[in-house]
Design a protein. Structure first.
Length: 104
């Protein structure tokens, strides 16, 4: 069955998979088409990141489905989580009046 793989850039490619293919195997097929190392790939379907050991069938991926490909950067989600947490603390601790007083 053919599924589409869409990059954040908007580019997309079609790959031929079987329902019994693992996500790891699908990543190998993406590498064949797009040249992206499977270790750097994060595939998203239905708002969930897909685990390498599960199959397309387990995620109800069917012909015509669209998988979203995100490239994992060094540092990964931990760095993002720390940044997001810091931003949330900043939002709670700084109000407009306190910022105005700081610049008087």
């Amino acid at each position: 069955m053919l599924v589409k793989v869409k990059l954040l850039t908007g580019n997309q490619t079609e790959i031929d998979i079987d329902a019994t293919d693992t996500i790891a195997r699908i990543k190998e097929r993406v590498e064949e088409k797009a040249g992206i190392d499977p270790k750097q790939q994060r595939l998203i379907f239905g708002g969930r990141q897909l685990a390498d050991e599960k199959t397309a069938k387990e995620y109800n991926i069917e012909g015509g489905s669209v998988l979203h490909l995100v490239i994992a950067l060094r540092g990964g989600a931990a760095a993002f989580a720390a940044t997001a947490s810091a931003a949330q603390r900043a939002d709670r601790n700084i109000s407009a009046p306190s910022v105005q007083r700081a610049f008087k």
